[in-house]
Ligand binder design. Structure first.
Ligand code: NDP
Length: 448
């Protein structure tokens, strides 16, 4: 696909000029704008009132230094970011990423995508993202704590339970959220739902830990069912071995599939008998070790260096759950040759544009991240409900709500694609459905 509408094509050029050296942000904006040709044709008011122009510009970019002291008494300085992209339909909401690759362009791409993802959930949450180039890997708990406290010592003034509610993402799990929350509470002297992904015993929601991975599988199952298929009996390849990957593996297995691969940033394992998920949880969630060590416990499993090789493993369903642009055209060709029937994104933007086109042109069912991984933020919004009402829900209720939200996202995306003449294109459907709700809310609130 390409951007056919002249106005949108011009806007894309302006986005590139105004945000130089941010290829991930350009990629994310391009993917949305190319889906909106018909929307722009049918809704001239969005062009006249500058909605497209406004939506690609963050409401606010916050960038700050994060000084902290390491275990050797040496001062380290990282950069922190919070990009509050769009608050038309609710308070800003989106995760924090701690990874050495973080810079403004990464946070912008994630914040932009978050607007449409949050809109698709049907819940009242705006889009934001934040993070730092801090790398928690190899740091002691105390170093991570000191970093988080310093990060929050600046961030606290920009967020709030009704303003902006951050959550986790790559490198930010329960440990980091705990330290961040503790510091916010200390500074503000309030105990409210300012962060989500909290521990269960201090305001967290059941199912939040599992939500993105479970939600990904609920969406994938709905899509497969709609095409006369299901997870049952299928072989699944998953990349990553973090929060999303682990719970995608758990739910896919519960739904009757066999997951045979997982990976980390060093390499991947193949276990043809099915991944031993308890071992992965122990290695990754408890001991914070490398996936390579899986073969110490299961010598019959295989380990290979490098991440992209995970897509050479023959499978029916592929769930990329590690990071952006991890599945390129070459990997897509191999998956297609190996007979893959469905690819659903657990990570944000893990599939390159060329690879998406290959899947779509070859009849592979393709579910885009904005829709498929929205279960995490949706459950975060349910955590906000529970915090506001001071009434925790049980596991079954949250899980039921999550499943229903994911099935609705699938249905909404299909309906939007059909209404706008691109039936079956779930990428365009998700972008259109997510965009229209936000665009109408922006129009209703006037130009500010
Ligand atoms: P985690 O930090 O828990 O896990 C990330 C996993 O991906 C790890 O296995 C990590 O390996 C691997 N990984 C990270 N960077 C790279 C890289 N550059 N190359 C190869 N592998 C890499 O993060 P999450 O599971 O939370 O997030 C994974 C993806 O899902 C991200 O794209 C995130 O934005 C997205 N997402 C997460 C949500 C959530 O609720 N957590 C919600 C929606 C989307 P290693 O340990 O070696 O670094």
């Amino acid at each position: 696909m390409s951007i056919k509408n002249e106005y949108l094509a011009g806007l894309m050029e302006r986005v590139k000029q105004r945000n130089p050296n941010e290829p991930e942000f350009h990629q994310a904006v391009y993917e949305v704008l190319e889906s909106l040709d018909t929307v722009a044709d049918r809704h001239p008011e969005y062009i006249e009132k500058g909605v497209f122009e406004t939506i690609v510009e963050p409401e606010r970019i916050i960038k700050f230094r994060v000084p902290w002291v390491d275990d050797n008494g040496k001062v380290q300085v990282n950069r922190g970011y919070r990009i509050q992209f769009n608050s038309a339909i609710g308070p800003y909401k989106g995760g924090l990423r701690f990874h050495p690759s973080v810079y403004e362009g990464i946070i912008k791409f994630l914040g932009f995508e978050q607007i449409f993802k949050n809109s698709l959930t049907g819940l009242p949450i705006g889009g934001a993202k934040g993070g730092s180039d801090f790398d928690p890997k190899g740091k002691s708990d105390m170093e991570v704590m000191r970093f988080c406290q310093s990060f929050m010592t600046e961030l606290y003034r920009h967020i709030g339970a009704d303003t902006d509610v951050p959550a986790g993402d790559i490198g930010v799990g329960g440990r980091e959220i705990g330290y961040l929350f503790g510091q916010y509470k200390r500074i503000m002297n309030v105990n409210n739902g300012v962060l989500t992904g909290k521990g269960i015993n201090y305001g967290g929601s059941l199912v939040r830990t599992e939500a993105t991975g479970y939600g990904l599988c609920y969406y994938t199952e709905a899509m497969l069912n709609d095409h006369g298929s299901s997870f049952r009996g299928k072989t699944v390849a998953i990349s990553g071995s973090g929060n999303v990957a682990i719970y995608a593996c758990e739910k896919a297995t519960q739904l009757g599939a066999k997951v045979i691969t997982m990976s980390d940033s060093n390499g991947y394992i193949i276990d043809k008998r099915g991944i031993d998920l308890d071992l992965i949880k122990q290695l990754k969630e408890v001991e914070r070790k490398r996936i390579k060590e899986y073969t110490d416990y299961h010598p019959e499993a295989e380990y290979y260096e490098g991440c992209s090789g995970v897509w050479t493993v023959k499978c029916d369903i592929a769930l990329p759950c590690a990071t952006q642009n991890e599945l390129d055209e070459e990997s897509a060709k191999t998956l297609i040759e190996n007979g893959v029937i469905a690819v659903c994104e657990g990570a944000n933007m893990p599939t390159t544009p060329g690879a998406i086109t290959l899947f779509q042109d070859n009849g592979v069912l393709f579910g885009p991240a904005k829709a498929t991984n929205a279960g995490g933020v949706a459950t975060s919004a349910l955590e906000m409900c529970q915090n506001s009402s001071r009434h925790p829900w049980d596991f079954e209720n949250v899980d039921k709500e999550l499943k229903s939200i994911m099935e609705n996202i699938y249905i909404k995306s299909c309906e939007a694609a059909k209404e706008y003449g691109v039936e079956g294109n779930l990428v365009a459907g998700a972008n259109i459905a997510g965009f229209i709700k936000v665009a109408d809310a922006m129009l209703a609130q006037g130009i500010v």
